[in-house]
Design a protein around this ligand. Structure first.
Ligand code: NAD
Length: 261
C-alpha cells in the first residue's frame, strides 16, 4: 500500500490498459479517478471495486478527452475531492487504419486530439498542484509507434511521436519540482483498440484476418505474444515509487522486444 494518501487520474480507464493501471494503483492504496466511455452500470461497478480494494475514495469523471474545458474541470475536481492529483496517467486513445489518400480528416483530428492534445491539457492543469506538493508522477501511454512506424497509421504514429517528444520537454521543465514525466510504450496488447483495427488492416493491406493476427500483430513482438495490460501497469506502478525519481524523460518500452528488432 505504498500509494496510501496519494490520488491519481487515469484517463481512458474504462477498458484495456487504463483499467489495469487503475486496478494496480488502487491495489497500492491510491484514491483513483477513472475516466472514459462505456456502459454506466459497468463503470459504477468498476468504481466501487476500486474503492473497496484501495480503502480510499474512487471517482468516475466522464470528461471527453477532445474537450480542453472538460479535462481542466476533471483535474480541478480531482484536486477538490481527492486532493492532488499526485499521479496523472494519460492513457485515453483511439486508432484508425487507412491509406493516406483515403484517411478521413475527422479521424486525423480526433486521433491528434485524444491521443496527443488531451495529454497536454491534462498535464497543463495538473502540474501546478504537483508543484505545490513538490511531488508528482506523470505517465503518458505512448506506443511502440512512438519509436517505429507501421503503414496506414499516419495519424496514430504522428500522435504517439508527439507524446514522446512532449514528455521529454515536460520532464526538463518539472525536474526540480519532485515531478517525473515518462512515457510507457507498449507493443500490441489485446484490447478493443487492437481488435477494432483488424478489418481496416485487412482491407488496407489485402490480408486475411489470420494473416493480420499472425503476420502483423503477433509477428511485431519477437516474443510472438501479446503484451498484457497488467505487464504495462506493473511498470507504471514502479515509476510511482520514490526510488524511481531519477527516471524521467524516458520512453520505456514494454513491447516483447518489438523496437529492439
Ligand atoms: P481501449 O480501447 O481498450 O481503451 C481506450 C480508452 O480510452 C477507453 O476507456 C475509452 O473509453 C477511452 N476513450 C476513447 N476516447 C475517449 C474520449 N474522447 N474521452 C475519454 N476517453 C476516451 O484501448 P487500449 O488498447 O487499452 O489503449 C489505451 C492506450 O494504450 C491508448 O493510448 C493506446 O494508444 C495505447 N496503446 C495501446 C496498445 C495496444 O496494443 N492495445 C499499444 C500501444 C499503445
Amino acid at each position: 500500500m505504498f500509494l496510501k494518501g496519494k490520488s491519481a487520474i487515469v484517463t481512458g480507464s474504462t477498458s484495456g490498459i487504463g483499467l489495469a493501471y487503475a486496478k494496480a494503483l488502487a491495489a497500492e492504496g491510491a484514491a483513483v479517478m477513472i475516466n472514459g466511455f462505456g456502459d454506466t452500470d459497468a463503470i459504477e461497478t468498476e468504481r466501487a471495486e476500486l474503492a473497496a480494494v484501495s480503502g480510499a475514495k474512487a471517482l468516475y469523471d466522464p470528461a471527453d478527452m477532445t474537450k480542453p474545458d472538460q479535462i481542466a474541470a476533471m483535474v480541478a475536481r480531482c484536486h477538490d475531492e481527492l486532493g492532488g492529483p499526485d499521479i496523472v496517467i494519460n492513457n485515453a486513445g483511439i486508432q484508425h487504419v487507412a491509406p493516406i489518400d483515403e484517411f478521413p480528416i475527422d479521424k486525423w483530428d480526433a486521433i491528434i486530439a485524444i491521443n496527443l492534445s488531451s495529454t497536454f491539457h491534462a498535464v497543463r492543469a495538473a502540474v501546478p498542484h504537483m508543484k505545490a506538493k513538490k511531488w508528482g508522477r506523470i505517465i503518458n501511454t505512448a506506443s511502440a509507434h512512438s519509436l517505429v512506424a507501421s503503414p496506414n497509421k499516419t495519424a496514430y504514429v504522428a500522435a504517439k511521436h508527439g507524446v514522446a517528444g512532449m514528455t521529454k520537454a515536460l520532464a526538463l521543465e518539472v525536474a526540480t519540482h519532485g515531478i517525473t514525466a515518462n512515457c510507457i510504450s507498449p507493443g500490441y496488447v489485446w484490447t478493443p483498440l487492437v481488435e477494432n483495427q483488424i478489418p481496416d488492416t485487412m482491407k488496407a493491406r489485402g490480408l486475411t484476418r489470420e494473416q493480420v493476427m499472425n503476420d502483423v500483430l503477433l509477428a511485431a513482438q519477437p516474443t510472438k505474444e501479446f503484451v498484457t495490460p497488467e505487464q504495462v501497469a506493473a511498470l507504471a506502478l514502479f515509476l510511482c515509487r520514490d526510488d524511481a525519481k531519477a527516471i524521467t524523460g524516458a520512453n520505456l518500452s514494454v513491447d516483447g522486444g518489438w523496437t529492439a528488432a
